[in-house]
Design a binder for this molecule. Sequence first.
Ligand SMILES: [Zn+2]
Ligand SMILES: [Zn+2]
Length: 262
Amino acid sequence: MVQFLSLSSGSNGNCYYFGNGRTAFLIDLGIGARTLKKRLAENGLSLDAVDAVFVTHDHFDHIKSLGTFTERYRKPVYLTRTLEAALRNHFCTAGKLKGCIRYLTEGEETVVGDSLRITPFVVPHDATQTVGYHFTFDGERFTVMTDLGEVTDEAVRYAALADHLVVESNYDVDMLMTGSYPPELKRRILMQHGHLSNEQTASLLVRCRHEGLRDVYLCHLSANNNTPEAAFQCAKKTLESVGSRASLHCLPRSCASEVFTF
Ligand SMILES: [Zn+2]
Ligand SMILES: [Zn+2]
């Protein structure tokens, strides 16, 4: 049995938990260790049982407490060589990951423990490098893509392999364009290395449609340029239009989600 829990999702911090009772790991660590511990405990889960952290990219909202957490708990940190080089010089992590680094190679599967096989793949986003993760955990297949500027063929290919898809649905185009963000920031979000709009996420859902897709989790929703209702309705309409029976969830921005069990 696999448990999935989002501990925080959005530009205020990203952290996603996966566990099966024997192995547990986090994708990203963009919330403080104390908050992490508290939110896990509130859901009957223990920080001590976390075996590893996987990193998607070197933006603050994904690695905020990776350095202090690793210094304190000495858990292995899995990441690509490109990201490791970036984190060596990042103020959050410099000098703090020593002895805990485990390298992953883009497009190659790594086996961790007896139940996890995980592959990072590069997605377009304005960090040094950004990866999504496709993994099989206790036989359940997941694809997680937290930040990406456009839907690439490779993103579709990995999404189409998933039973459970976690993907960002960052902004509503109208809300962004009529909102108060300065033009430069609007451009950054809209460009190919920014974030996915609700409509772009919908286009991914059309392209990756397959019978085996059981659930979709919308993550990294903007607080200012989106609403859970807008993101949910756009994805729901799209899933219905392609005859998908996948269940749909919006992950909360600043608190933990419920625990999803597979
Ligand atoms: Zn982010
Ligand atoms: Zn980012």
